[in-house]
Design a binder for this molecule. Structure first.
Ligand SMILES: Nc1ncnc2c1ncn2[C@@H]1O[C@H](COP(=O)(O)OP(=O)(O)OP(=O)(O)O)[C@@H](O)[C@H]1O
Ligand SMILES: [Mg+2]
Length: 258
């Protein structure tokens, strides 16, 4: 059980004249799975960027619990347990699955140089912790058999799982996933949805996931937020949000039902 209640208040992100995110207020309950939906250019990635500290916020606040994290860097937010993935795969393609995932541990508190010189046992404990965590997450995600393989040799859907392992190896409190199944086929999307649900059931964390597939959103998420042109047009139970007239209109045009 995590304690991290992430909130945004009147959040706006402007790029020149464009308001990519406009005046959004929302609370992400601890351990919930929130689906972020909306047509292309709606502001979904920009909102994740604002939550993870990857873009400057024009106005408004981001809080984790009572703490105001609006001005914290992405790195400082990682240290608080907020991690993210990107819309496209970002891995060291020529390196092994094991190394890619183990490198995710760099986000854990590491021994300082002084500690490294004067306190070897402590350094070894940190290394042992990171290696154990790497083996464990590879096992959980069914990736152990690929541990020694170069990422570039693996099918796309497996690479997306490697990316997930790299993020989750630090046992984060808040996980922001930008279209984790983008570029995958129907079966791979379902598998990603099931995998995320199982991981979350095993060890809960707050998950905010951008996902276009309405079936995955229905099955995976406990809450949904719909964006259009940077604004929040609906929020609540996924079934209700997906049936909302404005959401239907934004996705399918006036008069069309899914
Ligand atoms: N760094 C940037 N500079 C200028 N404009 C940007 C920048 N990033 C995003 N935008 C614009 O902000 C708007 C929202 O983009 P964003 O990427 O957040 O949408 P999205 O909902 O993630 O779309 P998609 O489903 O295509 O990924 C778009 O009009 C986009 O062109
Ligand atoms: Mg996007």
């Amino acid at each position: 059980m995590t304690q991290a209640r992430l909130t945004v208040e009147d959040l706006t992100v402007r790029y020149g004249a464009l308001q990519a995110v406009r005046d959004i207020s929302a609370t992400f309950q601890p351990d919930s799975i929130v689906g972020l939906i909306g047509p292309n250019g709606a502001g979904k990635t920009t909102l994740l960027n604002a939550l993870s500290g990857f873009t400057d916020i024009t106005s408004g606040r981001v809080r984790l619990g009572e703490r105001d994290i609006t001005r914290l860097s992405g790195q400082a937010r990682v240290a608080l347990g907020i991690v993210r993935s990107f819309q496209t795969v970002r891995l060291l393609e020529d390196e092994s699955v094991f190394l890619n995932v183990a490198l995710g541990c760099e986000r854990n508190p590491q021994p300082t140089v002084v500690e490294q010189i004067f306190s070897l046992p402590r350094q070894w404990r940190a290394r042992r912790r990171d290696l154990a965590a790497t083996y464990q997450i590879l096992d959980t995600l069914g990736l152990s058999e690929f541990a020694g393989r170069a990422v570039a040799e693996l099918p796309y859907a497996t690479r997306r799982l490697v990316e997930l392992a790299r993020i989750l190896v630090v046992h984060p409190e808040v996980v922001l996933l930008d279209e984790p199944a983008a570029g995958s086929d129907r079966a791979e999307r379902d598998l990603m949805g099931r995998t995320l649900r199982q991981l979350h059931a095993r060890e809960p964390f707050t998950m905010i996931v951008v996902e276009h597939d309405v079936d995955v959103v229905r099955k995976l998420c406990s809450y949904a937020i719909a964006l259009d042109s940077g604004a929040m047009i609906a929020s609540g139970e996924p079934d209700v949000v997906l049936e909302n007239d404005r959401v239907q209109e934004a996705y399918f045009g006036v008069g069309h039902r899914a």
